[in-house]
Design a protein around this ligand. Structure first.
Ligand code: 5GP
Length: 189
């Protein structure tokens, strides 16, 4: 998606060999118009799928998830990060390894908001090692719901997440795919 790529070039800040900060428009301060266009693009890319729900993880997936839900016309639900495992029978629970913080954390989702009738589109801001996405897939499996695909704002192709998810036969659509960081600049595929 050209609009997103141009914005990453303009406002993204490469802060290490693996991380680009986009917090002026995507995941801290939010540009609603840009994210609305991204939501519409996911709608177009997954128009052939009978999606009933958008699923993401707090906090950085929520804004994009809402805009995608708005475009497709379905609810968005987000997995919550919890400090420790509780034994609440009313929630799905799984463990995720954080790429940015290098720690494990638990995520949970109320059983009220995802069930076997749901057809789910996962949405997230980044795809790096794929751990956040795998956690969401585990929750979908616990619910007996159907995963229809994964929509990502920014995929870093030099990290293994994209291959990991696609190798499971899952449709993954990324609006901007970064091949590498060269001299502190983003090189798109
Ligand atoms: P993964 O689970 O695929 O390894 O990482 C996905 C999560 O890590 C995303 O939800 C995102 O919050 C964070 N993340 C991964 N790479 C980056 C990055 O380059 N920049 C920022 N800002 N967050 C990232």
């Amino acid at each position: 998606m050209e609009l997103l790529k141009r914005r990453i070039e303009k406002d993204g800040r490469v802060i290490s060999s693996e991380v680009v900060k986009v917090d002026s428009f995507l995941n801290h301060q939010i540009d609603p118009q840009l994210l609305f266009e991204m939501g519409k693009e996911f709608h177009r890319l997954f128009a052939d799928k009978p999606i009933t729900k958008i699923l993401t993880i707090e906090a950085s997936g929520i804004a994009l998830g809402v805009m995608t839900g708005l475009s497709i016309g379905v609810p968005m639900v987000f997995a919550k990060k919890v400090a420790s495992r509780n034994l609440d029978k009313e929630t799905y629970l799984t463990k995720v390894h954080s790429f940015t913080k290098q720690i494990d954390y638990d995520i949970q989702l109320s059983k009220r908001y995802l069930n076997a009738d749901d057809h789910v589109l996962i949405v997230d801001d980044f795809l790096a090692n794929g751990q956040a996405c795998l956690g969401l897939i585990d929750i979908i499996e616990q619910a007996g719901a159907t995963l229809e695909g994964v929509g990502i704002a920014i995929e870093k192709e030099f990290q293994p997440g994209g291959k990991l998810i696609r190798d499971r036969g899952i449709k993954v659509e990324s609006l901007a795919i970064i091949e590498a960081f060269v001299d502190g600049k983003v090189k798109f595929k």
